[in-house]
Design a protein around this ligand. Structure first.
Ligand SMILES: [Zn+2]
Length: 91
C-alpha cells in the first residue's frame, strides 16, 4: 500500500479560505459546553478553525461566527487569549 502524504486542510470560519490545519488555530466546544482554544489540535469536541490573522479574528468576533459555528459565544478570557496569540500585529 502506497501512503500518500496529504496535508489536512481546514476552512477558516472568517475568510473561508482553505488552509493547512497547522496554520490555523482551533477553537473547540467541549462536552461541558465551554469554548476553549485548542493549542494542540487534539481536544475532543466540535471545532472551528481560524487563521492566525487579526482580520479574521476581528471578523469572527464582529459577525458572531463562533456562535454560528459552535452555538456558543467565546468568553472574554478566551478572546483575550486569542487576541494575544493572533492580534498582535497592528494594521
Ligand atoms: Zn481566515
Amino acid at each position: 500500500m502506497v501512503k500518500v502524504k496529504k496535508i489536512p486542510m481546514r476552512q477558516c470560519i472568517a475568510c473561508r479560505n482553505q488552509k493547512p490545519k497547522r496554520e490555523l488555530v482551533r477553537i473547540v466546544r467541549n462536552n461541558q459546553g465551554q469554548l476553549l482554544f485548542d493549542q494542540k489540535g487534539k481536544l475532543p469536541g466540535r471545532g472551528a478553525y481560524l487563521c492566525v490573522s487579526a482580520d479574521c479574528l476581528r471578523k469572527a468576533v464582529k459577525e458572531n461566527l463562533f456562535a454560528r459555528h459552535l452555538d456558543i459565544k467565546p468568553d472574554a478570557a478566551l478572546l483575550a487569549q486569542l487576541e494575544n496569540l493572533i492580534g498582535d500585529n497592528p494594521d
